[in-house]
Ligand binder design. Structure first.
Ligand SMILES: NC(=O)c1ccc[n+]([C@@H]2O[C@H](COP(=O)([O-])OP(=O)(O)OC[C@H]3O[C@@H](n4cnc5c(N)ncnc54)[C@H](OP(=O)(O)O)[C@@H]3O)[C@@H](O)[C@H]2O)c1
Length: 268
């Protein structure tokens, strides 16, 4: 297998490392096209693939090309990349909000897959949703899924519009989680703990609770009820959250993120 990653910033590097870790590609067959000079030097030092430029003729022999640049860099990149593509290349874009039709148009190329990963991909615990243009064969989709799966779980959606909701839910999701953790740590500090102690109490609670959620044969409501006895402390917190609209606010924020993803995709 020959793979090219275009844009080796945070996400590009995560994919390069994951592909090598699972022996999907050898360093010799992994092209890393990067524009940023400092980043290029870092990649050369890391020695994890062949560092190249975006109009390198070898790119045309890639089975899969991953586009991991920011959406605003795509137009300029597309004009150069178009020159070296061949019809057999399958392209996986992870650019937020960039529609398949637009990528096809700029690159003058079919076989486009659009994927939305999230940051736990770095640990192989990511959640990636993807969708594909009509021209892709089952074989090409399967190969792409194997690649995306090196960073965690994958799910395929037929309907590309759902990728905006994915962006809002799992793409941005890690930030919501960190936000909630931050509020809990702050509450701990208000009650007299130092940052480190409060952080330990909260992080271990989140870790254990996640595993309970994943293994217990109980619904979310039952899990909540098991902690919140009538008239007790948890109930005091939960009823304050309810009366202050905390849950509703979170839901509203996430839907707003979906709307913003839609809005942004109409600009790019
Ligand atoms: N980070 C996340 O958690 C996450 C999650 C889901 C999706 N995404 C998507 O993944 C993409 C990459 O995000 P990121 O956080 O990895 O960004 P990033 O760290 O900025 O990486 C992008 C890299 O591509 C380089 N680049 C720009 N134009 C180029 C070109 N023409 N040829 C070669 N390289 C070029 C950039 O160089 P310069 O720095 O010089 O511009 C930068 O080093 C974005 O489209 C984002 O929407 C990110």
């Amino acid at each position: 297998m020959k793979i090219t990653i275009i844009g080796c910033g945070n996400m590009g590097l995560i994919y390069a490392r994951a592909f090598l870790k699972y022996n999907i590609v050898s360093k010799e067959n992994l092209l890393l096209a990067e524009k940023n000079e400092a980043r290029k030097q870092e990649l050369l030092k890391l020695n994890i693939g062949q560092v190249c430029v975006v109009n390198d003729a070898r790119i045309s022999q890639s089975d899969i090309i991953i586009l991991a640049v920011k959406p605003q860099d795509f137009n300029e990149l597309g004009r150069e990349l178009r020159q070296v593509l061949s019809p057999g290349n399958v392209i996986i874009s992870i650019m937020a909000g960039m529609k398949i039709a637009r990528i096809e148009d700029v690159l003058q190329q079919k076989n486009i897959i659009r994927a939305m990963p999230n940051s736990p991909a770095e640990l192989g615990m990511g959640m990636t949703a993807f969708t594909a243009g009509r021209s892709l064969s089952m074989e090409q989709l399967r190969k792409a899924e194997n690649l995306l799966g090196t960073t965690g779980r994958t799910v395929f959606f037929e309907n590309e519009d759902l990728l905006d909701a994915v962006t809002a839910l799992s793409g941005s999701g890690p930030a919501y989680f960190f936000y909630i953790v931050k509020q809990m740590v702050e509450a701990g500090k208000q009650m007299g703990f130092d940052e480190a102690t409060s952080s330990m109490l909260v992080k271990q609670t989140m870790l254990g609770s996640f595993h309970l959620l994943n293994t217990a044969d109980k619904s979310l409501d039952e899990l909540i009820k098991a902690v919140a006895s009538k008239g007790g402390t948890t109930e005091a917190a939960l009823s304050t959250f309810e009366s202050d609209g905390v849950g509703e606010g979170l839901q509203k924020g996430i839907v707003k993120a979906r709307d913003r993803a839609r809005e942004l995709s109409s600009f790019v």
